[in-house]
Design a protein around this ligand. Structure first.
Ligand code: DQA
Length: 151
């Protein structure tokens, strides 16, 4: 029997309050819900011939455990797209977890964090990721998935 080739998996992690997209400050984050964004990513992944796993949590520890799972074992991924949301600006623990990975990582923000309040202008992870996309709304996720599939 012909062995089926396993497709590469890309992990997408959404941080706190992103489960409220659609309702949450739509003038900043847009009207699309997280389910709609994830559905777009899954559709694009199919076209690109890759698998995508999406995950959202409001808890820092759960996000860290998901990042750890992407680094090995059955959860091993070929790339990570992460919007750590408010943890972007505070979490040394998420930064440390990202340092475990030897795969491309794209940090993503719906809004342009450099155009907003001073406390949002600092990212704890931008210097340990491969690239950052900030301010393109949902389009940023699409760009990130296309780019990570190429690299
Ligand atoms: C965000 C920007 C963060 O400052 C904020 O806390 C978020 C979302 C963005 O996608 O623009 O929750 O990461």
């Amino acid at each position: 029997m012909k062995q089926q080739k396993r497709r590469h998996k890309i992990m997408v992690i959404h941080g706190p309050n992103l489960n409220m997209l659609g309702k949450r400050e739509p003038e900043i984050y847009g009207k699309e819900t997280l389910d709609e964004i994830n559905a777009k990513l899954e559709e694009l992944a199919k076209k690109l011939g890759i698998d995508v796993e999406t995950f959202q949590s409001n808890h820092e520890g759960e996000i860290i455990e998901k990042i750890q799972s992407a680094s090995g074992g059955s959860g091993k991924c070929k790339g990570l797209i992460i919007n750590p949301a408010a943890f972007t600006h505070t979490s040394i623990a998420i930064r440390d977890a990202l340092l475990l990975l030897d795969i491309p990582i794209i940090e993503i923000h719906l809004s342009n964090i450099y155009k907003r309040e001073p406390f949002r202008r600092k990212s704890m992870i931008s210097d340990v990721v491969t690239a950052q996309i900030s301010g393109f709304g949902v389009q940023g996720y699409i760009m990130a998935l296309k780019a990570i599939a190429k690299i």
